[in-house]
Design a protein around this ligand. Structure first.
Ligand SMILES: Cc1ncc(COP(=O)(O)O)c(C=O)c1O
Length: 401
């Protein structure tokens, strides 16, 4: 067949824009160009050796077969212990599930619960995958813009105004990708107070960047407001905090009925997450997070380096983010300027394209995250490379007239 015939649902989904930028960077690198990728949402640190060793030991022991769909009893016990130790949340075994990355758990939760026409509140800027996952589940993402004046965070008033009888979920993500914003306990409490008045709304807390907080403290809705706990799904994983993006291991905890439905979906799609990754995640969860002090120190330095560089470039602006490893750069000051080749920069896509060409630095435009006029700088790369990237960006911006 010459023309591919796709299901209608494929018209509702775009390829992940972060993967698109990485593919572009890889394609340029194949042509021999030395492109710096500030688009990738992962740490450059190697996975800690004790975690790798646990994965290798699993292979050598022959732990290479199917496990229970929702994870081994040992991993589930470690997930339960993590939630109790770090978040003060108490779960039973049937209330937790391990999956192939936090991404699969977000997807399964939405697919299991969203009916055609249901609304899912997604504060913008948002992680690129939420709206497309909602669309695949035949729901409608209700994008609620957040503002710089509120630190890019959803306010209680905006949440209240966004809730309708069709609202199925609100997705909260703190620390936030892409803004780096961290909700304070008081801010989470204010949102929870609204949600208490709307018992039909489920709450998804995407806590994947939990340990990457540089100022202030992390707070998660189920712990801040225990009266909400029966309708909160708390999602987390080892990808970001343990530098294990490629191991594909996430976990979630929430009400029995929801976890059971997510497990059913998983049993008919991917089954258990990789046995080897489960063994590694067990070591990660039981092994402590003391190495994170060093990582946070390095990341904080890189963040400050980016902020200083951005502030030195006419046309770019950024506030200080307190979590994750992203700086959210306002690039609207460059709009209307002309490139040496004669093109006019009109929007954040043009800025990203221009900087990829002229500075050989890849970044994801803010429009991909629902907030045009911005660029997301992922700064989890070597400091020297980061410095070079911003020297090149500064030169390219200075060439605009
Ligand atoms: C906010 C957010 N949630 C979830 C994920 C997915 O994490 P995982 O690698 O565990 O699937 C990401 C990855 O970029 C993310 O930024």
């Amino acid at each position: 067949m010459s023309d591919a015939v796709l299901a209608p649902r494929m018209s509702r989904v775009r390829p992940s824009p972060t993967a698109v930028i990485s593919d572009k960077v890889r394609a340029l690198a194949l042509r021999g160009l030395d492109v710096i990728n500030l688009g990738e949402g992962e740490l450059d640190f190697p996975t800690p050796p004790h975690i790798c060793a646990a994965g290798i030991a699993a292979i050598e022991r022959g732990d290479t077969k199917y496990t229970a769909v929702a994870g081994t009893p040992a991993l589930k016990a470690a997930i339960i212990a993590k939630f109790e130790r770090e978040n003060g949340l108490v779960f039973q075994s049937h209330q937790v599930i391990a999956g192939t990355g936090a991404k699969q758990l977000v997807f399964n939760a939405l697919l299991a619960t969203v009916a055609p026409g249901d609304e899912v509140i997604v504060p913008a800027p948002y992680w690129v995958s939420y709206p497309d996952m909602v669309a695949l589940a035949e729901g409608e993402a209700k994008i609620v813009p957040c503002h710089e004046a509120d630190g890019w965070k959803l306010t209680a008033a905006a949440l209240e105004a966004a809730i309708t009888p069709r609202t199925r979920w609100i997705i909260l993500n703190s620390p936030n990708n892409p803004s780096g914003a961290v909700y304070t306990r008081e801010e989470v409490a204010a949102l929870c107070a609204v949600l208490l008045r709307h018992p039909h709304v489920l709450v998804m807390a995407d806590d994947i960047y939990e340990h990457l907080v540089y100022e202030g403290t992390f707070a998660t809705p189920a712990a801040v407001e225990p009266r909400l706990a029966s309708r909160v799904l708390t999602i987390n994983g080892v990808s970001k905090t343990h530098s294990m993006t490629g191991w594909r291991l996430g976990f979630a905890a929430g009400p029995d009925w929801l976890i059971a439905a997510m497990e059913t979906l998983q049993s008919q799609s991917t089954s258990n997450p990789s046995t080897i990754s489960q063994a590694a995640a067990l070591a990660a969860l039981n092994g402590g997070v003391s190495f994170l002090d060093d990582w946070r120190g390095l990341l904080c330095r890189r963040r400050d380096l980016v902020l200083e560089a951005v502030r030195g470039i006419d046309g770019l602006r950024a506030a200080k983010p307190t979590g994750a490893f992203y700086v959210w750069v306002d690039c609207s000051g460059l709009f209307g300027r002309r490139s040496p080749a004669g093109g006019t920069i009109r929007d954040d896509f043009d800025v990203a394209d221009y900087l990829l060409d002229a500075a050989q630095v890849g970044m994801v435009p803010g429009s991909a995250f629902g907030s045009p006029g911005h660029l997301r700088v992922a700064y989890a790369i070597d400091e020297k490379i980061l410095k070079t990237a911003f020297e090149q960006i500064a030169t390219a911006c200075a060439a605009l007239t």
